[in-house]
Write a protein that binds this ligand. Structure first.
Ligand SMILES: *[C@@H]1O[C@H](CO)[C@@H](O)[C@H](O)[C@H]1NC(C)=O
Ligand SMILES: *[C@@H]1O[C@H](CO)[C@@H](O)[C@H](O)[C@H]1NC(C)=O
Ligand SMILES: *[C@@H]1O[C@H](CO)[C@@H](O)[C@H](O)[C@H]1NC(C)=O
Length: 194
């Protein structure tokens, strides 16, 4: 082998290796799925947290926190308001008093989903504003028969400190005004997260 031929072979080998390396990198960056260790996304040990707060659902007055948004033609003649849908942005406070410390908001929809009792479909996010929970959210999807003692609704997920959340929320009516529908509801939330 001449020296020049050796040189061109070496060059070819180098270019070939670079091409393979580039292809490998591209394959890695365009990978659709892979297994990762929980550590790579900063997950440490799973923990259980208990949150306690009061939910204020205000329908009356000039600044309601929940408003009717849509209903069926028959909703106003239904004893359970079947078909009615409300949108809420309800304050969550540490004590039952509305002017006690605000720890978050319950933002979402509730809809009357039963023809035989007053039971709501709840689809909402708790958006927290307190301490280490500030900016983190929990998502709730559940059934809420509001005249029952304690209602339980699943926590189906979360964001921020509540990534990978699962758990349940227990709701217990603290006070209700049957004239206006205004209610204060005590919540106990138990949630697993990292
Ligand atoms: C119920 O609402 C419908 C419109 O959706 C209206 O035509 C009807 O008069 C209402 N009935 C009562 C009892 O308010
Ligand atoms: C929550 O975070 C926002 C922005 O990140 C900040 O403006 C606000 O003061 C914080 N609230 C509390 C109660 O820590
Ligand atoms: C939580 O929800 C708020 C809106 O209420 C949003 O601005 C924020 O980005 C969410 N937090 C995370 C960690 O996704």
């Amino acid at each position: 082998m001449t020296y020049t031929k050796y040189k061109s072979n070496l060059l070819f080998f180098l270019l070939f290796s670079l091409a393979i390396a580039a292809d490998f990198t591209a394959a890695k960056t365009h990978l659709f799925s892979r297994n990762v260790s929980p550590k790579t996304i900063g997950l440490k040990r799973e923990k259980l947290s208990h949150l306690h707060f009061y939910f204020h659902d205000i329908l009356s007055g000039r600044n309601p926190t929940a408003i009717p948004v849509v209903e069926a033609a028959t909703t106003n003649t239904s004893s359970t308001s079947f078909g009615g849908v409300w949108m809420m942005d309800d304050p969550l406070t540490v004590r039952p008093e509305i002017n006690s410390k605000l720890v978050g908001k319950a933002q979402g929809i509730y809809a009357s989903a039963s023809q035989s009792e007053i039971s709501l479909l709840m689809v909402l996010n708790f958006a927290f504003m307190e301490g280490k929970y500030n900016g983190s959210n929990l998502s709730v999807l559940g059934r809420n028969p509001i005249l029952s003692g304690v209602r339980e609704m699943p926590i189906v997920g979360g964001s921020g400190v509540f990534r990978f959340a699962r758990g349940y929320a227990q709701a217990k009516t603290h006070t209700i005004d049957f004239q206006t529908g205004d209610a204060v509801v005590e919540y106990n939330v138990y949630v697993f997260h990292y």
